[in-house]
Design a binder for this molecule. Sequence first.
Ligand code: NAP
Ligand code: MG
Length: 401
Amino acid sequence: MAKIQMKTPLVEMDGDEMTRVLWKGIKDELLLPFVDLKTEYYDLGLPERDRTADQVTIDSANATKKYGVAVKCATITPNVQRMSEYNLHEMWKSPNGTIRAMLDGTVFRAPILVDGISPVVKNWKAPITIARHAYGDIYKATEMRVPKGKAELVFTDENGKETREPIYEFECDGVVSGQYNKDSSIASFARACFNFALTTHQDLWFATKDTIAKKYDGEFKAIFQTIYDSEYKSAFDEAGIEYFYTLIDDAVARVIRSEGGYIWACKNYDGDVMSDMVSTAFGSLAMMTSVLVSPDGKFEYEAAHGTVTRHYYKYLQGEKTSTNPMATIFAWTGALRKRAELDALPDLAAFSDKLEKACIATIESGTMTKDLASLWEKQTPAVVTSEQFLTAIRATFEQMA
Ligand code: NAP
Ligand code: MG
């Protein structure tokens, strides 16, 4: 059978540890036999990042800007222990952080649902996609521990004019924090969310605490509303989808009572916390996909989990591990489908759909990795190694019409 052809190369970012092993397995077993894979390869594995003084990460982000679609394997973010383990020249920054900053993107995370593994929240029927604004707020805040005394917020404009607001007159020791965000970043976040809602045909929810943070969160609310009214309302009406704003506490209550099937846009901290709650309630981090979308429509697909170090150390001991490759496979199918859409390649789009169906059908038939076995509610599952799981998916794929 002739292999499916591609036009524009996909930016391929290889990674570390167990996910690097899965990466090769996925390509060899599920992609290369069927697709004449055209990629521009960047090795973001830690040794190569160290060798190039992290230039390879920057190059890969620039390639994503050039070509528009990337697929990324999980990578190690070095810490003190990794410095000695890999004999690093420097404690290189998180590649995800670097890529996110260069693309000014918003991260959308959505679970993969299978029949036989129910969400902990029993009324959730469809995925809930969390869109996290990955810029500013407490993540870039300046903090102080202070003794007795007066804390003030001071702003000096370009002409040197000062504006002061009292924060608190401390009668004892305490803490102070100064946080910020930029209108331009909030606007990018809003557009990324509205665009993603349109392309995935889902309602968009957004929530802040604007009743308390009247200026700070009030600005988020106002920017979203202005952009919605002036740029997206008619497209939303036409698509039959809705933009819904509410307070964060009301949103949390509504999310729990909902059936799912929408995008939940979250401020940075809300997204950090809520994405862990939502992913856990849907089952497993290994079943959570993630895509970074820039305001000018560049896409980087990845798994939401890390390099699964614990399994990798066992693998190095010669053990065959049962690491779940689902999120990494879906990163590939997501990226290939987006490439297909941009290059008008229906065969490639159909391949991506079919491979995802084959993955889900394999699990639903009772064959799965160890992490899913404890969540499985049907007949006794066949717990397999990663390798056997990939072989099973391929067999299912080849049997499908
Ligand atoms: P992790 O790699 O996500 O793994 C944490 C645990 O979750 C694993 O030990 C495993 O539990 C379970 N798990 C995660 N993915 C799984 C999968 N596909 N199949 C089966 N089980 C899975 O997080 P970590 O151990 O905290 O971090 C490891 C490395 O990944 C770190 O160096 C970190 O910097 C990096 N990281 C990278 C990214 C990224 O590139 N996007 C994200 C997060 C972390 P059991 O051990 O109980 O089986
Ligand atoms: Mg978190």
